[in-house]
Write a protein that binds this ligand. Structure first.
Ligand code: GLN
Length: 534
């Protein structure tokens, strides 16, 4: 594969314009970073207790204060360094960030009588450079309205004396506040989630107009940077990589292929928790078509044995991760020169495991890439996509010429069917689920619906339900179909698939898969549910 790496003086200054995000531990902090990079501006996420020297050294064109789980009312809750407000650069406080900004500059915060979680309508009641012309609709009296996504218990009840109120909701008198002269803005809602419809325009306005940044950060430069830092990190060593078949490990492999060529050895582990025919497809694509070195390890029995009797989802993830790493170590020890293990970990894996730099986001679930790493791992870890979101990885894939284009595969989690079989994993359940899921996916393709949803899969529920087939009573298992629409996988709507389509899938599954008597459809959104069931 050819990819010309030009490291000219021109693209070296892609990080000349830079935004600093202070992380107060929100689930969405990295998403904020991702949105800013999408605007085309370099940014870095830093723990809230950054030192003045560190801020000065980074020399940002603007500072964003993230949301966070804490309450500013609590003693010892985090505060932004005072220097943030004297550095002379624009500041945007989001949710907790706004609350602490208001408090630190002389305002007041209280627990709200009514928490707001999810959709809210914000009325813009004053003119502002930041929100000029940004609206979703207008009220009868001409008041501009924004449709936003909120997630808070506290509200600002008094604003600093040199601030004005720009917008409010029915429950929140200060939904947007500003000191236009100092270019300080506070917004109670989350502009970084896609469910805030004008969120990206708001961030763009702040970054490009209020902070005056130029958009120079793009996929070609991210690839360029990744290749250079991989070469620096790896030197003349060899690397083994866990190829899963998903886009994350594929792009990791492609980057490493560019950086170190044949010194990359891909290990594809069949853990028995793969989808129908997946093993064959992956080895054909990467081995035969793309010409990478691939070792195919068939380890289904070993995984199932290790998983026997384990029902707790976290224990399952940890076990799958542990066996996976054991196998890697074994394979690695057979190859001289291997010092590194590369993984396709992306940022949402890291943040949901709460091992983000700050360690402050609350644990939702540990992903096997992260949670399963033993402390004394013999190999160094390489994770070039660790700070990137799914859609950024997709952009890299396109920039790399999209050699890996298996019909836009939906994401498939590392533990595979292991987290789609609730409770204990048994070979019988794996076989039933594999078959049912293949039918669902096949029908989605046939109905041209596969690319209209972001992720679709089937979940095996280990409960028996009564049915009637050919006048006989059946007493068989239940599966649930799951399909979601999302762009960043941090928030998601359940997909409104047509009833007739669902009917047809259900019919085929019950008729064709022995052992299933009932099919249900999951209508939960994220949050409060997650996309996967475990
Ligand atoms: N914990 C704060 C509150 O509940 C801030 C929440 C947030 O930043 N999302 O109001």
């Amino acid at each position: 594969m050819q990819y010309l790496i030009i490291r000219s003086k021109m693209n070296r200054n892609i990080d000349n314009y830079r935004i600093l995000i202070l992380d107060f531990g929100s689930q969405y902090s990295q998403l904020l970073a991702r949105r800013i990079r999408e605007i085309g501006v370099y940014c870095k996420l830093w723990d809230w207790n950054i030192t003045v020297e560190q801020i000065q050294e980074f020399n940002p064109n603007g500072i964003i204060l993230s949301g966070g789980p804490e309450s500013t009312i609590q003693k010892k809750s985090p505060r932004a360094p005072e220097y943030v407000f004297t550095a002379g650069v624009p500041v945007l406080g989001v949710c907790y960030g706004m609350q602490t900004m208001a408090m630190q500059l002389g305002g007041y915060v209280k627990k709200s009588e009514k928490s707001e979680f999810g959709y809210a309508q914000v009325n813009i009641i004053a003119k502002s450079k930041m929100f000029h012309d940004i609206r979703d609709s207008e009220k009868k009296d001409g008041t501009p309205v924004l449709d936003v996504w909120m997630s808070h218990n506290d509200i600002v009840t008094e604003i600093p004396s040199d601030f004005i109120v720009i917008a409010s909701t029915d429950n929140c008198p200060y939904a947007i506040i500003a000191n236009e002269e100092k270019k300080f803005y506070g917004i109670q809602f989350h502009p970084e989630v896609t469910h805030t419809r004008q969120g990206q325009r708001i961030l763009k306005r702040f970054i490009l107009e209020i902070c005056g940044c130029k958009a120079l950060w793009n996929p070609a430069n991210i690839i360029d940077d990744a290749i250079w830092s991989l070469r620096k990190q790896v030197g003349t060593d060899s690397v083994i990589l866990g190829l899963s078949g998903g886009i994350d490990s594929a792009v990791t492999a492609l980057l490493l292929d560019l950086a170190i060529g044949k010194r990359l050895i891909c290990v594809f582990v069949d853990n028995g928790l793969l989808r129908l025919n997946e093993g064959q497809q992956v080895t054909e694509m990467f081995g035969e078509k793309l010409g990478l070195n691939i070792i195919h390890v068939k380890a289904a029995k070993r995984f199932l044995k290790a998983l026997a009797g384990i029902t707790n989802p976290e224990d399952k993830r940890q076990t799958i991760g542990r066996v996976f790493i054991e196998i890697f170590n074994e394979e690695a020890s057979k190859i001289p020169q291997v010092k590194w293990l590369a993984q396709g970990t992306i940022y949402s894996d890291v943040i949901e495991s709460a091992t983000s730099k700050t360690g402050k986001a609350r644990v939702i679930k540990s992903h096997h890439n992260v949670g399963g790493l033993p402390k004394k791992m013999k190999l160094g870890l390489i994770e070039p996509l660790k700070n990137l979101f799914k859609d950024e990885v997709r952009k890299l894939d396109i920039e790399l010429g999209q050699p890996y284009n298996m019909q836009n595969l939906h994401p498939f989690p590392g533990p595979g069917l292991g987290v789609r079989i609730l409770g204990e994993i048994k070979e019988e359940y794996c076989n039933i689920l594999r078959h049912a899921d293949a039918i669902f996916i096949e029908e989605l393709h046939k109905a041209n619906l596969y690319n209209t949803v972001s992720q679709a899969f089937t979940v095996f529920l280990p409960i028996r339900s009564v049915g009637v087939m050919g006048d006989n009573r059946t007493y068989d298992w239940v599966v649930s179909l799951r399909a979601v629409e999302t762009t960043d996988f941090m928030t998601a709507h359940w997909a409104r698939l047509p009833y007739d389509f669902l009917g047809c899938v259900s019919n085929r599954i019950i008729n064709e898969v022995t052992g299933i008597s009932r099919v249900v459809y999951d209508i939960s959104s994220k949050p409060p549910a997650t996309i996967e069931w475990e």
